[in-house]
Design a protein around this ligand. Sequence first.
Ligand code: CU
Length: 471
Amino acid sequence: MVSRRLFLGRSGGAATALAASTLAVPRSALAALPEAHQQASAATQPPLRPHDGRPYNPVVTLNGWTLPWRMNQGVKEFHLVAEPVRREMTPGFTARLWGYNGQSPGPTIEVVEGDRVRLFVTNRLPEPTAVHWHGQRLPNGMDGVAGLTQPVIPPGKTFVYEFVAQRPGTFMYHPHADEMVQMAMGLQGLWITHPKGRHPLIEPVDRDFCFLLNAFDIEPGSATPKVMTMLDFNLWAWNSRIFPGIDSLNVRLGDRVRLRIGNLTMTNHPIHLHGHEFMVTGTDGGPVPRSARWPEVTTDIGVGQMRQIEFIADAEGDWALHCHKSHHTMNAMGHNVPTMIGVPQRDLAERLGKLIPDYMAMGEHGMHEMAEMEMPLPENTAPMMTGQGPFGPLAMGGMFSVLKVRRGQKPGDYSDPGWYEAPAGTRPYEWTGALPAAASAAVAVPAGGVAAGAAGAEVQVRKPAGGHHQH
Ligand SMILES: [Cu+2]
């Protein structure tokens, strides 16, 4: 058991194993703070099976984890620590964020309808905070709105929240003190309240995944988000991860799958699943009546909303799951590049380079080439379009992952089965017969295209500028 003194002296890392939570807690220890478990890894952790309290079927937090608790005379006790963290957003790019218990987002809190929950919140940030339990029915004083329902939690102090988890569903927690800054820095987490016993509108599922939609504005080459940004975020993330850093969702053929998604960005995200139809079975307000459900392949998740979607994974394969705003499936640098489709730039770049030393030519045939060339990037920067699939570059970023449906996946096995091997005759193939002359030109020259180096050609230069566009 880790003593309180030892715990208070610890500054982070994975020094304390999760195993501590499974030990019986001596009476003397119950008078002290519950342990503040830490997570050092950004990998998806296996579901945390409840070791005491009411039983439930746990969720899997994409690139995240569930916070262990202790039972103290019938009360489920958790300890959250708000603190600066380093979050690997994708391999090769680590951000300096604010989070809870070592990671951004914070750990998922899982409880059961009817549980009395006590949450110790320690503030190790350089400024005051408070935690709002978004969507919960609770006594007004426990709502966590600094100035309105409580004084702030000053740096170095610990406040205790306590309430009964009244209704089952998907919830979030986030600061309600300097929230523009604190949410832009990554302070947020998920809260799942499982139904107590069988619920007429809540189906048991085989796989239950959850993630938050979040957004950051981090300049290439830097690590700390700009906190004043209102619309022009350049990193669109799921649980503070960006593709290819977002783990795939690995399921067994025939599984009933639930995805719980909460939106803490400042815009909406139409989340789109390939190869299946799903139903929205739950919202912020609770389970959706059966008569109000309909099949969809995209559902829009508004700001501050939660959605639960469910489907039967009945089609084997590697199915894309992504936000359908195409700027949200790009990483940083996506904003400042002029459209150059149809503009040959072979010696243009050299000539412009004399006028504008940092000019970069790109995009003559679209932007896919960005994914194929090795662009020199500042250190600690995620490429704009990246990720390798079995057939080459995926040219994606941001809010993109893959649902992997496999016949051979074992029940409860969340490991990555690798790429799908499609049966013969089920992939597109190249037409090798005769083509009409018009279709056989290697690259069509677009109307109005400018020939590079043409004598007397007039070129309009638009230098990539710092100014952003709203989108
Ligand atoms: Cu989006």
